[in-house]
Write a new protein. Structure first.
Ligand code: ATR
Length: 288
């Protein structure tokens, strides 16, 4: 796709297919940029809008969107658990994640919920040609919602997964929700890195404006085949990824996950399976 194609006007007629992203706040979301890019690219009569909704108003907003003829919505922080509760039908990914990031309003009035974050992470790894061998061991930093989706998706791919978290109790809670998950103490993971072939940061450490933007752990104990991934995408190269690159390790940034997790919703709402390619990545990257 060329710059000329992205300059194609969006078609929004009286029959336009509508979707959006529910969040609080939502101003930082790149989803409107991405979905409207795809709508123009594929010439779909439709629109995708940011929907800033306070937690107390979430249920009313979802039912209101459904009543107004929306096809569905993405759901971001802090509504992913509320979206899980409001869905009438939960697919396997949502059940495993305990959360929903994609709502689809079906013609029969039922609300279907999906969690595409974990599958988006796996797809972005595959797209980058980084397929960790089955039976490989992955270590995830963090035990929040993002960790649960990624851990579940990696387990579903046959990997053995461990988590480490500043608050150990949360990691243990996660291990109860996802049988087979190992827990590594937060103060020991750097030393134990040699056991793992994939390291994924699922926390906001290293994120611009996050709790510790300079987060740059030691990778001195890493094996030389270790793949280091970060779900943070601002900055594109986090300090963790910079450390991995300087150690000569393979790295994966978070933008690919953001793009791949969006595909299922787009396909369900607008009827086109969108491509994640270099042009898509460049277009979204330019919006930062
Ligand atoms: P999400 O649902 O996006 O994963 P979350 O549930 O708030 O967000 O989880 C944030 C993760 O980042 C947690 O694992 C959190 O660790 P705690 O459970 O100990 O809070 C981790 N995190 C946030 N700030 C951190 C910090 N300064 N040091 C270490 N971990 C941190």
């Amino acid at each position: 796709m060329t710059a000329t194609d992205t300059a194609k006007p969006q078609i929004i007629t009286g029959k336009a297919k509508l979707a959006g992203v529910l969040g609080w706040p939502v101003a930082h979301s790149r989803s409107p940029v991405l979905h409207n890019y795809w709508l123009r690219r594929y010439g779909v009569d439709g629109a995708y809008v940011p929907l800033p909704v306070e937690p107390d108003a979430f249920v009313a907003a979802v039912l209101g969107l459904q009543a107004a003829g929306f096809r569905g919505a993405n759901v971001t922080i802090p509504h992913k658990e509320a979206a899980f509760k409001i869905a009438d039908v939960l697919d396997h990914s949502a059940q495993r994640a305990g959360a929903v990031n994609t709502l689809v309003f079906e013609d029969d009035g039922k609300i279907h919920g999906y969690s595409t974050d974990g599958a988006g992470f796996v797809a972005s790894m595959e797209a980058a040609g980084l397929n960790p061998p089955k039976q490989a061991q992955a270590l995830l930093l963090g035990a929040g919602g993002a960790a649960r989706s990624v851990a579940a998706a990696l387990q579903d791919c046959g990997l053995r997964v461990a988590v480490t978290n500043r608050t150990q109790g949360r990691a243990e809670e996660l291990a109860k929700a996802l049988p087979g998950l190992d827990v590594v103490p937060w103060n020991a993971w750097e030393q134990r890195l040699g056991t793992f072939s994939l390291l994924v940061n699922t926390t906001s450490l290293g994120m611009e404006g996050g709790p510790d933007a300079a987060f740059r752990p030691s990778l001195a104990h890493a094996g030389k085949e270790l793949v280091v991934a970060d779900i943070v995408y601002v900055p594109r190269i986090t300090p963790l990824l910079a450390e991995a690159q300087s150690a000569g390790l393979h790295t994966l940034g978070g933008l690919g996950m953001l793009l791949h997790q969006a595909r299922l919703g787009f396909q369900k709402w607008y009827g086109v399976n969108p491509e994640v390619d270099a042009a898509t990545e460049a277009f979204v990257q330019e919006s930062f």
